[in-house]
Write a protein that binds this ligand. Structure first.
Ligand code: PLP
Length: 396
């Protein structure tokens, strides 16, 4: 009668969404100020003024039937030209406007890229901890997700990657700055990854792709984010404006295909085909144009840095263990017991909503999304301390 797999996916909901819905219910019960909701990566820093101004300008100057009408399936030509010109000038990679596909954020970009590549028997490698929806996109396309763990500091583990990448691998998905650890893959690491992928592609006899998932590129606290296309030719970049411009609800981003990839024309055609098949054609027209005028700009990242510093300093001084994040807006904190789900449940009793790490492909951690107001961060500190004291008391 209906597709059971889809029913299951719809009913199961992601752990993050589950906790987010619980938070909304709890806020209605005890008041929003009394719940410390660190569940979801919804940007808290306001959308920048220049974005608002550009929306107003477009509304005033562009005829409504043009502004709100369909664009080409792959995006408005002038927008695709602006994105390619930006990549050329900013990163020195001659990506063609012909190889830019405007999409509904990184989620659609990933689903399209994976579907565009996937053939029967394929595997996609995710590097843990990873954004849990990768599994949905990969398995939805009919492929298997293979997990490669990182080292104890969440840096790339090249022995693990060597083991995970094999003759069935179609692509490796790389997310830097990372959700949930905040780790940024360095130029040296990217170089090594590029060499490994090249060797593995030779062994396989066909290209293994790198899918770079980059919704957090601009959210960094000092470390440089190297551009993957400069290190590996068969790269498909999935970019989103959700976090950099605080536009998560507007669903806008793009796919860029490296000019150095094998068969770029066929690859781009497959991206268009996957976009068509999945129904992701003609990304939101107004926001395509808004973003074309905002390339390379970002919201006030300093606000996130302050949140990170307050929370990281407090948690580590209290006794929690956490690797300092270099970017994005998450802390990945070691749970105070091996079972992260049980720990998250106990945290709930202190009205702290922390996402258990299991669906990120790692056990024993929780993700704390610090893209919340400063007031929430500050009010939550005693609850984190009480939670820690509770565990200390249990050990006595
Ligand atoms: N990839 C990662 C690593 C994310 O954290 C997210 C959202 O949180 C996405 C992709 C999807 O983002 P978008 O809003 O651009 O679809």
């Amino acid at each position: 009668m209906i597709n059971r797999n889809m029913q299951h996916l719809g009913e199961e909901r992601s752990v993050i969404r589950e906790l987010f819905e619980y938070g909304n219910k709890r806020k209605a019960e005890i008041g929003a100020d009394n719940v410390f909701d660190f569940s979801i990566g919804n940007p808290s820093v306001p959308t920048p003024q220049f974005v608002q101004k550009e929306i107003e300008r477009l509304l005033a100057e562009v005829p409504a039937e043009v502004l709100h009408g369909y664009t080409s399936a792959q995006g408005a030509p002038e927008v695709r030209r602006a994105v390619s010109a930006y990549i050329n000038s900013q990163f020195g990679v001659p990506v063609s406007a012909e190889h830019i596909y405007m999409t509904c954020g990184a989620a659609a970009s990933l689903a399209i890229a994976i579907t565009a590549l996937c053939e029967e028997g394929d595997e996609f490698v995710a590097i843990a901890p990873f954004f849990p929806e990768y599994r949905v996109y990969v398995e939805g396309a009919g492929a298997n997700l293979v997990v490669a763990q990182t080292d104890q500091n969440f840096r790339l583990d090249f022995d693990e990657l060597d083991r995970a990448i094999g003759k069935h691998t179609k692509a490796v998905i790389l997310n830097s700055p990372n959700n949930p650890t905040g780790a940024i893959v360095s130029a040296e690491e990217l170089h090594r990854l590029g060499d490994l992928l090249e060797r593995k592609s030779c062994e396989k006899g066909e290209p293994i792709f790198l899918i770079a998932d980059e919704p957090y590129r601009e959210l960094t606290y000092g470390a440089e984010v190297p551009y993957p296309m400069c290190y590996y030719h068969d790269t498909i970049l999935c970019y989103s404006f959700s976090k950099s411009l605080s536009l998560a609800g507007e669903r806008i981003g793009y796919i860029a295909i490296s000019p150095f990839a094998c068969h770029t024309g066929a690859l781009f055609a497959a991206v268009c085909g996957a976009g068509r098949r999945l129904g992701f054609v003609c990304a939101p027209a107004l926001f395509q144009r808004v973003c074309a005028a905002s390339l390379g700009k970002s919201c006030d990242v300093e606000e996130y840095r302050k949140n990170r510093d307050i929370l990281y300093d407090f948690l580590t001084e209290t006794g929690y263990e956490c690797v300092p994040p270099q970017g994005a807006f998450y802390l990945f904190v070691k749970a105070l017991e091996p079972d992260a789900v049980a720990f998250s449940e106990r945290a709930k009793r202190h009205e702290l909503l922390l996402v258990p790490s299991d669906s990120f492909g790692v056990t024993g951690y929780v993700r704390v999304s610090y893209c919340v107001s400063r007031a929430v961060i500050e009010r939550s500190l005693p609850a984190f301390r009480d939670l820690y004291e509770e565990y200390k008391g249990m050990k006595k």
